[in-house]
Every structure is written in structure tokens, then in C-alpha cells.
Write a protein that binds this ligand. Structure first.
Ligand code: SF4
Length: 371
């Protein structure tokens, strides 16, 4: 049995708070600094990081400047799972999270004693926007017999309602292990990732109907045409993409999974269906290999994303320097929400740490009833 619940991803304009349509996000993308400005900003940020006992944690989809600087200053560039783990374990008292808001909130939940700064607090995510906590709680109330599994791309309040948190790098293992123990799943919010997991595991799942505006734009028909142009290219696909695009993949994986496949596959040419911010690390790690962006154009294209997340694009060097100087843009999460939201996050971190130690997924799922 499966069911979906329909929501719009756009934040209704009559709600209080910042406007979050993509056109507003695109309008706030910072201008490219000149070479001199870039150098000066980087020097300022290096100094401030030391003065504030701070470390940079950047997502693979943000501007290459923020990826490079994080690595050059002892921080991290990674996916949301490793960003959260790194921030929790690092000795720095201040975390500068370049990414989108749920990533800052997850860092705050895992490190409530630390100051978490973000370059722009309005950098959000269509999955988070499309899954309001009150509507999600009502959906959960309709399915009290199901174990609630939510994707990392959700607000702290939605996480606080979950039994398990997953990222795209561990979702298959977690749901597979829960299914083996007889759990029926309530999944939110990404419908494409949820249905991919259902196809792979055969789990009994009901779905929230959210989507990532970037991955939702990849087009199967146009991808076929690009494959004909590059017959030797292997296709790497993030599972937030539509099923017809996933079906054409030579490898399906999270950002880390795509990077690993590109390093290890016996091919010199790839077509990649994920945010084009990942191209920076794909090319850095694979000199001599060629990477093409999977197509987002076509008859049904909407130009909401053009293969790059407008909210990720809102992160820039000038704002990193500004928030380090002024300690503006601190992430705040209610203490009661932190306490409840930490449970599903800790379960995920314990689960993935156990997998790394070679333990069987089934041994890593605690026996508990559905919420
Ligand atoms: S790329 Fe998609 S999933 Fe990631 S933050 Fe942007 S809208 Fe959300």
C-alpha cells in the first residue's frame, strides 16, 4: 500500500517570514568578487576563523570559493551527513555552515553549546519548505502504526517528529534494516528518493509528496539524446531525480556516492545528474576525466534551478566574512525541539558508524515500536 500527500513547495506569500520563491533567491545570489576582492575576503576570513576559534563546514553544492577555503583552513567539504558529524566532533567553538538552513539546524541540534553561523539564513530548500511541521504532524497522526523516517532536508521541528533521520547515503540501508524487522514506513519528504527506496527494498511505505527543485528538473528524454552524443559516458544519478532518469543510471548515489563512483568506475567520461556544484570536486578528484551536466532543458523545463540550487548559490565569501565579524545569523533552535530531534539524528549517526565498523545493518536497528 502506498499513499502520497500533496503540498506546494513554495512558501505561501501570506505567511510571516522571508519570501522564498526561487526568483527571490536568485536575486540575492552574491556577485562574483574580482580577483583582488576574492583574495582580500579570503585573508579576512582566515584571520577571523582564528580569532573566533571557528571552523568552516561547506556543502558540495556551494560556490567553489567556499569549498576551497573550508579545505584550506582545516574545515570540511562534504554531504549533509558528514557535515553534521564533523561539526559535532570538532573542537572549534563556532561553526560556519555554508549550505542551506536545515544543515545549520542539524549542526545546532548536535552541538547546542556551539555558535552556529550561516552566511544567509534565508537559504532554504524546497523539500524543507514543502513539509511544514504542523501538516506533517497531522499526516503522522493518520498513520500511527508506521515508523517515521525523514530525510535530512527537513526542519528541526519535522525531525523532532521522526523515529529515524536518513541522508541519501544511508537511506537504503536504514529502510532495508527496518523492513527486515517488520516495520511499515512513513517517508518524508522527497517522493523520488522515497519511491527509489521502495523499489530497491520492497518496503511498505507511504509518502509525503515533496521534491527537490534541482533534481526534479532532470529530463529522461533529453538524457537519452545526450547519451547518444556520448556513447562511452557512464551516467551518475542522485536518487532525488525522477524515476525515468534513475532508470538510465550506471550508478545511483548520494553526493559522496557519485564522487566514489566517478573515482572507481572504469570510464573516462561521465554524465552527472545532480547539482552542478558537485562538478568542482568531481573535476578536482579526477583530472583527465570528462564530466557533462545531465540536461534540465526540454519541453517541460521550468528554469527554476538550471541544475544549480538557488538557495545554495546564496552563500558567498562576503557574507561569511560579515557573519564572522558581527556574529550575525546565528542559528537558534528551541531546547525542547533539540532534545527530541536529537534522537533520530543520533540513531542515524550510530547506525552509519556501525556500518563503517563492518556490522550488519540488521544489528544496528534498535527494537522499538512506531511513534
Ligand atoms: S539542491 Fe534540492 S535538496 Fe539540495 S538544498 Fe537545494 S532544493 Fe534542497
Amino acid at each position: 500500500m502506498s499513499a502520497v500527500i500533496e503540498v506546494e513547495y513554495e512558501q505561501p506569500q501570506d505567511r510571516p517570514g522571508p519570501a522564498c520563491e526561487t526568483k527571490h533567491a536568485w536575486a540575492r545570489v552574491p556577485p562574483e568578487p574580482s580577483p583582488d576582492e576574492r583574495q582580500a575576503l579570503k585573508a579576512r576570513i582566515r584571520r577571523l576563523l582564528k580569532e573566533r576559534n571557528a571552523v568552516m563546514v561547506s556543502h558540495y553544492y556551494v560556490h567553489p570559493d567556499l569549498q576551497d577555503l573550508a579545505e584550506e583552513t582545516g574545515g570540511l567539504v562534504s554531504d549533509s551527513l558528514e557535515m553534521a558529524r564533523f561539526g559535532r566532533d570538532h573542537a572549534a567553538q563556532t561553526l560556519v555552515v555554508s549550505g542551506v538552513r536545515f544543515m545549520g539546524e542539524t549542526s545546532k541540534i548536535l552541538s547546542p553549546e556551539k555558535t552556529v553561523l550561516m552566511p544567509d539564513l534565508d537559504a532554504t530548500c524546497s523539500l524543507d519548505l514543502g513539509c511544514p511541521a504542523d501538516a506533517f504532524a497531522a499526516f503522522c497522526d493518520q498513520h500511527p502504526d508506521r515508523t517515521v523516517v525523514v530525510y535530512a532536508n527537513t526542519s528541526a521541528a519535522v525531525k523532532a517528529r521522526a523515529d529515524w533521520l536518513v541522508t541519501s547515503s544511508c537511506a537504503l540501508d536504514v529502510v532495508g534494516a527496518l523492513k527486515a524487522q517488520g516495520h511499515k514506513i512513513l517517508w518524508a519528504p522527497d517522493r523520488h528518493l522515497g519511491s527509489y527506496i521502495q523499489r530497491e527494498t520492497g518496503a511498505d511505505m507511504v509518502f509525503w509528496n515533496g521534491a527537490c527543485i534541482v533534481h526534479d528538473e532532470f529530463k529522461g528524454f533529453e538524457l537519452e539524446a545526450l547519451k547518444r552524443e556520448h556513447p562511452n559516458a557512464k551516467v551518475l544519478v542522485h536518487p532525488e531525480s525522477p524515476a525515468e532518469v534513475v532508470a538510465m543510471a550506471d550508478a545511483v548515489g548520494s553526493t559522496s556516492g557519485i564522487l566514489k563512483a566517478a573515482r572507481e568506475m572504469d570510464a573516462r567520461e561521465f554524465i552527472v545528474a545532480t547539482d552542478n556544484g558537485l562538478m568542482h570536486h568531481l573535476r578536482l578528484q579526477n583530472p583527465g576525466k570528462t564530466f557533462h551536466e545531465a540536461p534540465t532543458a526540454g519541453n517541460s523545463a521550468t528554469c527554476k534551478s538550471c541544475a544549480h540550487c538557488p538557495w545554495m548559490a546564496m552563500n558567498g565569501l562576503a557574507d561569511v566574512a560579515r557573519v564572522l565579524e558581527t556574529v550575525a545569523n546565528t542559528i537558534q533552535v528551541d531546547a525542547a525541539v533539540i532534545e527530541r530531534a536529537r534522537l533520530p539524528i543520533d540513531r542515524m549517526l550510530d547506525f552509519t558508524a556501525g556500518l563503517k565498523r563492518g556490522l550488519a545493518p540488521g544489528s544496528l536497528v534498535p527494537h522499538f515500536g512506531a511513534a
